[in-house]
Design a binder for this molecule. Structure first.
Ligand SMILES: [Zn+2]
Length: 354
């Protein structure tokens, strides 16, 4: 429970009444929820751009077993294993009314504007949930629901990435970037991954990247042009908004290509070379949120073994503060999960080979 913004000591273990399902809601007995470094930690510190409502239980991506269903729910039954999409569209704005809930500008987020999954039980709208395929564990489903689904929406729906194109993926060793590499590869694109350390570049290669560039030691633009016969990337995937890197990202876009911008935790205010933009006939595309169809698609791809989550550690619920500190301090290659009722596990070595 977060009652005041601040350090991890603000995360308090409290007993609260079990949630009751409202109309069209389901209750999950939480199996796993993940820690999102650039998201959960800024919500906790009170610096998240879209505010937060206190007191708050964090946790945007719980997965678990349906333990109760509210009136009006027809799609799930008690005992179903489900994963959750964190964004709740308002249902009333112009975008929602024309059937584009993913573009809702008035959406709320589980674990930010209503209680999330750092808990034994959580209530979620049934339309935000998706069945987890039998062969997929809760641990993997949690990570895939958040980052796999987003990668599908950002690259395929928004970025219109096609087979035969070249995709340049920044932050390729991060949680979202790791799925961007895999989804881009799966769609038939050639993937060049950008990372800030050789170990992280090696990780991106392990995920399927065709080539990697370490932007700290190599000339990023020169390297990319060498790899693409001087053309650049048809699609550049950029999720940090770093003011030093972003102008380079724009220079990497091929003639008439696209840059998908889907994050700003690295700063967010960047220099934009308008001459490059219009002479190159470039598109800069903002992307956020997911469709529940992206969630289904990502879970199905994971069940087939086409995309895969990397998990670093699992902490019991009462160690949530310690788990957040670990994520902030170590920036592990892989997700850190919180799992009520389980004991601490270091599972880094058990990363499935791809
Ligand atoms: Zn709306």
């Amino acid at each position: 429970m977060l009652r005041s913004f601040g350090g991890s000591e603000q995360l308090l273990l409290e007993d609260v009444p079990e949630p009751e399902p409202a109309f069209d809601e389901i209750i999950l007995k939480v199996a796993t929820v993940s820690i999102n470094r650039s998201f959960d930690l800024s919500v906790r510190k009170g610096t998240y751009s879209r505010g937060a409502v206190l007191p708050l239980v964090l946790g945007a991506d719980p997965s678990g077993t349906v333990s109760a269903i509210g009136k009006g729910v027809t799609t799930f039954k008690i005992g179903d294993r489900v994963a959750v999409m964190s964004t709740i569209a308002c249902g009333q704005c112009q975008e929602c009314r024309r059937g584009a809930a993913v573009s809702c500008g008035f959406s709320r987020t589980i674990g930010v504007h209503r209680w999330g999954g750092y808990a034994e039980y959580v209530a979620v709208p049934s339309r935000n949930a998706a069945l987890i395929p039998e062969t997929l564990s809760f641990d993997h489903a949690t990570v895939i629901a958040r980052h796999g689904a987003a990668a599908y929406n950002f690259l395929i729906n928004r970025g219109k990435l096609r087979a035969g194109e070249t995709a340049l993926v920044f932050g390729a060793s991060g949680a979202l970037g790791a799925f961007a590499v895999q989804v881009a590869k799966l769609s038939g694109a050639t993937v060049v991954a950008v990372a800030g350390a050789d170990s992280r570049a090696a990780f991106a290669r392990q995920l399927g990247a065709d080539a990697t560039i370490n932007y700290r030691t190599d000339d990023l633009v020169e390297q990319l042009m060498a790899l693409t016969a001087g053309r650049g990337a048809d699609l550049v995937f950029e999720s940090s908004g770093d003011p030093d890197l972003w102008p380079l990202a724009l220079r990497c876009v091929a003639q008439a290509g696209r840059l998908v911008s889907c994050g700003a935790h690295g700063g967010g205010n960047v220099q934009l070379d308008l001459t490059r933009l219009y002479v190159g006939r470039l598109q800069i595309i903002g992307a956020a949120g997911v469709n529940v169809s992206d969630l289904d698609r990502a879970l199905a791809a994971a069940a087939r073994g086409d995309i895969c989550a990397t998990i670093d550690r699992v902490y019991p619920l009462e160690c949530a503060a310690e788990a957040q500190d670990y994520v902030e301090r170590e920036r592990p290659l892989g997700k850190v999960l919180i799992a009520p009722g389980r004991v601490f596990e270091n599972v880094r070595q058990e990363r499935p080979s791809l």
